[in-house]
Design a protein. Structure first.
Ligand SMILES: [Zn+2]
Length: 359
């Protein structure tokens, strides 16, 4: 049955009536539609632009489609109705169009350097194999590849780029040649410089960004998905590593401590920023609201910009149209104005996915 919603539509900030006819939005009345919200603030469904449905708690690969479904439903029940999977060892293309799951933008497996990244998670390849691996993972995903741009190099005792700069640039070029976008994990200053200059499409974390690189990202339109929830775990990572790798531990703490200012500067420079939790592994699913609040409270992003980063702009970036004529029938309703007090994003009063009421 068609659904009807009335409320203040964001970002337009107008009271409107919206009909959801199957999986399509229309502003033309649909006779007999059931009214499922008649007040409140209505947004296109939220997006978690960096999470992992194929990585379970403890950073082990998911082993069944049902396990991935359960993680996706946890996000959905928090209002996340589209997500970008930033790399998964367990493939699940079967879930792309499942009616009760969020819409999926997926990378294949992480392409990672040998014997450095999380065990069993990445596809670990030498420099000579990187472009072939990127091409293969582009085919395994549905629009993205994920590169691990740096990680601890235990021989060096600190973060170091995954491969040489030419190889990392060739990886981006291989993704683009395959018709997909490339996302790169970086913590360090050196790797993010290589990858931004190589024209990567999105920087994940990006703790090592400098003012010059932020300006370059703004000019290029390179996206940043800060995952501030993840960066808050650096204290634990540093403490565990300190006995063997004190330089790395100090580096991680310094990156953590400067990060809110990095995100603030990126936002002020006009870098497109999106909400991503990095759920999967060490971080629970369902925390998009908490990441939104961190961007607001720690990085100083205005509430309306955080909402754009979690909703309409993120959907546009990933190719999931929002509350426009003919758009996709995903929405969340909040009882109060989230621009006035963002904390209301923790408690949506209505969630509709693909034209069907979730709650
Ligand atoms: Zn991640």
């Amino acid at each position: 049955m068609a659904l009807h919603v009335r409320g203040v539509l964001l970002p337009d900030d107008e009271v409107r009536d919206v009909w959801l006819d199957g999986d399509r939005v229309t502003f033309d009345p649909v006779p007999g539609a059931e009214t499922v919200a008649d007040s409140g603030f209505v947004l296109p469904g939220l997006v978690d632009a960096h999470c992992h449905l194929g990585i379970a708690r403890g950073a082990t690969p998911v082993t069944s489609l049902d396990q991935a479904r359960t993680l996706a439903r946890t996000d959905r029940d928090a209002g996340v109705l589209a997500l970008r999977d930033a790399g998964s060892p367990y493939p699940y293309p079967e879930l792309d169009d499942e009616p009760d799951l969020p819409r999926l933008a997926r990378a294949g497996r992480h392409v990672a350097p040998p014997k450095r990244y999380l065990r069993d998670i990445g596809l670990e390849v030498d420099a000579a194999e990187v472009t072939a691996a990127v091409t293969a993972q582009a085919a395994a995903g549905n629009g993205w590849v994920k590169l691990v741009g740096d990680w601890i190099d235990r021989g060096v005792g600190d973060l170091a780029p995954a491969w040489d700069a030419d190889t990392m640039a060739a990886a981006v070029a291989a993704a683009h040649a395959a018709g997909v976008r490339a996302a790169v994990h970086t913590f360090s200053e050196s790797a993010v410089e290589i990858m931004v200059r190589a024209g990567v499409d999105s920087v994940e974390h990006g703790t090592g960004l400098s003012p010059d690189l932020i300006d370059l990202m703004a000019r290029q339109g390179t996206a940043l998905v800060p995952t501030m929830i993840n960066i808050r775990t650096f204290g634990g990572i540093a403490a565990a590593a300190r006995p063997k790798f004190p330089g790395y531990a100090d580096h991680m703490l310094a990156l953590r401590d400067r990060f809110p200012e990095v995100v603030r500067a990126a936002h002020e420079a006009g870098v497109p920023i999106y909400v991503g939790t990095d759920a999967g592994g060490g971080i629970d699913h369902g925390l998009a609201a908490e990441e939104m609040l961190l961007l607001h409270e720690q990085a100083g992003m205005p509430a309306v910009d955080v909402l754009a980063a979690a909703s309409w702009r993120a959907r546009q970036w990933l190719g999931f149209p929002g509350l426009v004529e003919g758009g996709l029938a995903d929405l969340v309703v909040y009882p109060e104005d989230p621009r006035r007090d963002l904390r209301v994003v923790r408690t949506p009063s209505r969630i509709v996915l693909r034209g069907r009421v979730v709650r």
